[in-house]
Design a protein around this ligand. Structure first.
Ligand code: SF4
Ligand code: SF4
Length: 322
């Protein structure tokens, strides 16, 4: 979100709207990644698997999304999946119309499919491509979205590379450095983001970081910033990684974002991750950034999140909540 959008976002909250809308535009994905939250049985808290939801297509999909946009009046729309590029035709139409409305759009993809060339004309579009480590690791875990395919599919686009740090990437001292070096050399890469793996409560996959791992990861990311200017890791985000919210009720990201799944009717709660995320180990870059902003002191003991909480209560009462 741009800084200039902070006051409009606050205005939306005061009027009872959530300024951010996240859409799981499809239940389909050509990948089968380990540690993928979307296909876990508990992702949607009604316990229906995402694959059981109705999938919309074509004009019907676009029309239904615009009904949501008119209802929620977001400033920013994130399109996630599954793999959003499954619906690249509908998305082209959608992004074009959202752009003319001045809405910022973020598409999170693994670039398993080609990104349409015409998307380069959209100024309001932020393309975030997830890459899981160096080529041998990534290709083993994310085929068919291999490094070679990603490079072919993003050719001509300006992208943000997003890597979620897991313990395996910390075993080797220079692993993250090599990653930053590799992607910094790509002229189409605008920024490199590092987030930390966020586990679900009571689950202990190999991707779960220990507190010591988190500290190591943050220290290494800090060291990369001066070496590779494309590494985007402002203090505000790192502070959020060091001090995540204790629960969704304290998370500004969760409180200001409506997340809907592939049928465009089932809500994903408490945040984009769905299920029961372990907030105290949150490594979500958006959640961390907003959490830190929420701790800024405004006057005396009053901080931004206090003002947002009061504004949200006021807005929910005014509009009757979502
Ligand atoms: S690409 Fe994303 S949605 Fe598809 S399996 Fe992997 S993590 Fe899940
Ligand atoms: S973004 Fe992080 S802190 Fe916020 S609700 Fe989700 S897991 Fe919890």
């Amino acid at each position: 979100m741009r800084k200039t959008a902070i006051f409009p976002a606050w205005g939306r909250i005061l009027r009872g709207y959530r300024p951010f809308l996240s859409i799981e535009i499809t239940r389909e994905c050509p990948l089968r990644c380990s540690g993928c939250d979307a296909y876990e049985p508990g992702h949607l808290n009604n316990e229906r698997p995402i694959r059981a939801l109705t999938e919309w297509q074509g004009e019907e999909l676009v029309a239904r999304i615009f009904r949501l946009v008119r209802r929620f009046r977001p400033l920013h729309v994130s399109i996630v999946g599954g793999e959003p590029l499954v619906h690249y035709r509908e998305m082209t139409c959608l992004i074009r119309q959202l752009s003319t409305m001045g809405i910022e759009i973020q598409v999170a993809t693994r670039a398993a499919l080609p990104i349409p060339a015409e998307w380069t004309e959209f100024q309001n579009l932020q393309l975030v491509v997830s890459v899981d480590g160096l080529q041998p690791d990534h290709d083993a875990r994310r085929a068919p979205a291999t490094y070679d395919r990603i490079l072919r599919h993003v050719d001509g686009h300006r992208i943000i590379v997003h890597c979620t740090v897991i313990p395996r990437f910390l075993a080797q001292l220079d692993y993250l450095k090599e990653f930053a070096h590799t992607w910094s050399l790509q002229s189409g890469v605008r920024k490199i983001w590092f987030s930390l793996f966020t586990p679900q409560i009571g689950e202990y996959p190999l991707e779960r970081l220990t507190p010591a791992d988190r500290t190591t990861a943050i220290d290494r990311i800090v060291a990369l910033r001066s070496l590779y200017p494309k590494v985007y890791a402002p203090e505000v985000v790192l502070h959020g990684y060091r001090h995540p919210p204790a629960a969704p009720s304290e998370c500004i990201f969760a409180q200001t974002t409506s997340c809907v799944s592939a049928d465009l009717a089932t809500w994903v709660t408490p945040c984009q991750l769905g299920g029961r995320p372990e907030c105290s180990e949150c490594g979500c870059i958006a959640g961390a950034g907003l959490a830190s902003i929420g701790r800024f002191k405004l006057a005396g003991p009053l901080n931004v999140s206090d003002v947002l909480a009061v504004s949200k209560k006021f807005g929910d009462r005014f509009r009757g909540g979502i």
